[in-house]
Every structure is written in structure tokens, then in C-alpha cells.
Design a protein around this ligand. Structure first.
Ligand code: IMP
Length: 432
């Protein structure tokens, strides 16, 4: 049963794209199963960074078939832009190589307006969303008024469904200044145009994927965002609107949990977060700036500077528990070079108590103070290391201690963005 899930162990931006790109060499199929155009997965293609938002990171390998699963929310305009961008660098994006689930929900042009309006409304909690309309699309899905990719195949039904969705938002539209108010017929026409383009890519991916699994094909399920942003397990309400954890891989692809045999967690050697929400190990001032600049920590989708801090083992241990990680990939270890000391947060202190479990309440996390273990740093660059033996002793010690406090075997380490800068550890558990 060669089905493997790749999950972010922190708050997203752990380097999942690069890892999936690498693993895709050995995969037949790569599937995105949740999220939407809010994701930003960067891979290096022809020596240049290429940011993917909706299309799985496996697309850079000619032999892989990519699937946008039923759990994803698809913004057709963002998808078409991305297809164009990939074609412009010489990649083939054909219906043979990309299948879009007929059950995936559509992000409509006005979902972005709703997302932005919610963020700007003074009475609402500001979440710092990517404003890609992802939250409002999932709201419509759960409210059972959403439009699905498969609806693009039936124009008459599409109009009826759009009308139901539209009516529900009429009061909101009427409150907008006239020049910002969307027009029903313009939206319908836009959807009809997308229908023409996307028709050949639409498929019953649930049945197709299960046939491929039964035939023994290697399937990689590519998570977006990270465990801390999961709508159930993350720092609610400062989360995204989908299940970013391993359970979401089953519901978002239609591949049953009993067919999944490995879950690889991806964790950065430190922690970052974009948008609002608690972050116990966040650094302040110059220390934060130093880590951000060294790690080039700016959002791939929005360009926002990421908040940065030390590695939080409480969070990653929790991620290992809820996802059932069978192994961990540790990324961007090279960024920690030249810090005189490196730190691991092993527990939190909260109102005199020591917490070793990740709390469910934001108000507890906001007050939680990290309890650190401090280890000696290393003052050599790691970018050229290509094996465990080539790492300086203090870097090895940091990795070994991190593995101990998280309790999951580390299979892989990355020390740079290129494919060659990722290497396996001696006795690493095999993924497939
Ligand atoms: P939304 O997913 O756009 O609704 O944003 C909700 C929260 O998730 C915000 O804090 C975003 O910054 C965060 N978020 C969404 N997508 C990503 C991602 O791909 N990487 C990191 N953070 C993300």
C-alpha cells in the first residue's frame, strides 16, 4: 500500500513543496487534498524558484500525474494563471497530467471580496488571512450552498445553484458601494468561460485514485498549511478553514485511512508563522529580524514577513500525535549556523504550572512562556553538506536532541533549497 501523506508540523511554510518535489521522483501520483490558493509551495525548477498555489508540487516531474482532490477549494482564475505560469517555464499541464475533482468546491469571484470585508470589519476578529476567499468558500460548502467543479459541466444547474448562493449574500452585496457590487450575469458568464477551459480536466478523482491505489501505484498526498492552522487542532480561531492534518488526507482525497501507510511530518529547524495568533517561541526585535533575514522568511503567496522564533517541541510533539507521524523531515537547518546558541522549547510555563501538552485555548497559549533547552551553536555554513557525517558535531547534537524531545525518527534533513541539499540520515525509516 504505497500511499504516503506529507504534513506540515508547525504553522505552514515548513518547506513541504521542496520535499514533495523531491519525493515525487518516486511517486506516480501527487494529490492536493485541502486548502486552496492560500497555499504557497515553492520548488526550484531550472534553478529558479517556482511558487505553486493550487497545483501539486509533483508537476515538475514529467512522469507524475497531479490531482486536485475533492477537499480542495478551487479558484478557477488562480488556477488558470498558475497553468499559464507553469507553461511559460516549459512544463506540460495537460488533462493527462492534471485531474481536478468534480467534488472540489469553487471559489467564486466574490468570495475574495467577502474574505477581505470580514478582515476589514472592525467588529470582527482580524485573523490575517491571505484574502484568497478560502474561508468563505468553505463556509458555503458546509452551509450546503457551495458550487462544485462538477457543476461547471451542467450550465442550467450552474445558474440555479449560483442564484441560491447569490441570494444568500444579497444583503451584503447591497451594502457595498455600487462600483464594488458584483453583477450576477457577469459572474455567471465568467464561470461559463472557466467551464470551457476546465472541462477536460474535470474527473471523478475519488474512483480514479482508488483504482490507482488498488493497482499498486505510489501516491503522495501533499498537505498545505500546517498542523497549527488546522481548523480542529490548530490555534482556533487563528487557523485556516480546512483540516490540514493527516485525517484530512482521507476525507479530502477519498482514499480511505486504511490505505495510508506512512505520514511524513515536515518541520523547520525553527518556527515561523504568518498572520495573527499565539506563538509562544516568537522572538522579538533584532533576534527575530536576524532569523527572518537569514531564512528569507517572506510569504510565498502574500509576500508578508513571517514571524520567527525558536523550535517549539511542544507544538511538534502534538503534531506528531494528531497526525501519527512515522518520520520527520527537518528543513532549513543551515539557517541556524552562526547563532552562538540554539534553543529548543521543551515545555511551557503557564501561571506557575509546567505544560508539556499543547493547550487548546488561545488565551493559555498567549500567556505561555517557553521553557528552553539551550545548546551550543556552530559557526560554519551547512549549505554544502551532503550527508550526516558532514554536519558539524554541534549541529548533529541539536538534531539528535530535537529528535529525542519530539519522539519521532528524523528521516531527512535539508540545508538549502536545491534538491541536492536534502539528505537522508543513517538508518532513516523508508517512506514507501
Ligand atoms: P486563510 O487560509 O487565507 O483563511 O488564512 C488563515 C490563516 O492561515 C492566516 O493566518 C494565514 O496567514 C494562514 N495561512 C493560510 N495559508 C497559509 C500558508 O500556505 N502558509 C502559512 N500560513 C498560511
Amino acid at each position: 500500500m504505497p500511499v504516503c501523506v506529507v504534513i506540515g508540523a508547525q504553522w505552514g511554510d515548513e518547506g513541504k513543496g521542496a520535499m514533495v518535489d523531491l519525493l515525487a521522483k518516486e511517486a506516480d501520483i501527487v494529490v492536493r487534498f485541502q486548502g486552496g490558493a492560500n497555499a504557497g509551495h515553492t520548488i526550484i525548477y531550472q534553478e529558479r524558484p517556482l511558487a505553486l498555489h493550487l497545483i501539486p508540487a509533483g508537476i515538475a516531474h514529467d512522469h507524475t500525474i497531479c490531482v486536485i482532490g475533492n477537499g480542495v477549494v478551487v479558484d478557477p482564475q488562480a488556477l488558470l494563471n498558475e497553468m499559464e505560469q507553469l507553461r511559460s517555464v516549459g512544463l506540460v499541464v495537460s488533462p493527462e497530467r492534471l485531474k481536478i475533482s468534480d467534488r472540489a468546491h469553487l471559489t467564486l469571484p466574490y468570495h475574495r471580496i467577502l474574505d477581505a470585508a470580514r478582515e476589514m470589519a472592525g467588529s470582527h476578529l482580524r485573523l490575517g488571512t491571505t484574502r484568497r476567499g478560502v474561508g468563505p468558500t468553505y463556509v458555503d460548502k458546509v452551509d450546503r450552498v457551495g458550487l462544485r467543479v462538477g457543476d461547471l459541466r451542467y450550465p442550467n444547474r450552474l445558474e440555479e445553484k449560483l442564484l441560491i448562493n447569490w441570494e444568500q449574500k444579497r444583503a451584503f452585496f447591497n451594502a457595498l458601494p455600487p462600483e464594488e457590487r458584483p453583477d450576477f450575469h457577469a459572474v455567471l458568464d465568467e464561470l461559463m468561460r472557466y467551464a470551457e477551459f476546465l472541462q477536460p480536466y474535470i474527473a471523478d478523482t475519488v474512483s480514479w485514485l482508488n483504482e490507482q491505489v488498488a493497482a499498486g501505484k505510489r501516491v503522495l498526498l501533499e498537505g498545505a498549511q500546517g498542523t497549527g492552522l488546522d481548523v480542529d487542532f490548530g490555534t482556533y480561531p487563528f487557523v485556516t478553514s480546512s483540516n490540514t492534518t493527516a485525517g484530512g488526507a482521507a476525507t479530502g482525497s477519498g482514499i480511505p485511512p486504511t490505505k495510508i501507510n506512512a505520514v511524513l511530518g515536515i518541520a523547520k529547524a525553527y518556527t515561523t508563522r504568518v498572520g495573527e495568533g499565539p506563538f509562544p517561541t516568537e522572538l522579538q526585535g533584532e533576534e527575530q529580524v536576524a532569523l527572518r533575514e537569514k531564512g528569507r522568511e517572506y510569504g510565498a503567496t502574500t509576500g508578508r514577513p513571517r514571524r520567527c522564533g525558536w523550535f517549539d517541541a511542544v507544538l511538534v510533539r502534538y503534531a506528531a500525535m494528531v497526525n501519527g507521524f512515522t518520520a520527520l523531515a527537518l528543513t532549513k537547518l543551515d539557517v541556524l549556523s552562526y547563532f552562538p546558541e540554539v534553543k529548543l522549547c521543551v515545555a511551557y510555563r503557564w501561571r506557575g504550572e509546567v505544560l508539556t501538552h499543547f493547550p487548546s485555548e488561545v488565551c493559555v497559549l498567549e500567556e505561555a512562556e517557553p521553557i528552553y533547552e539551550t545548546l551550543p551553536g556552530w559557526d560554519v555554513p551547512l549549505g554544502q553538506c551532503r550527508s550526516w557525517d558532514q554536519l558539524p558535531a554541534n549541529a548533529q547534537r541539536f538534531v539528535e536532541r530535537l529528535q529525542e524531545v519530539v519522539g519521532v525518527p528524523i528521516a531527512t534533513i535539508s540545508v538549502g533549497p536545491e534538491r541536492e541539499a536534502v539528505f537522508s540520515l543513517p538508518n532513516a525509516p523508508s517512506l514507501w
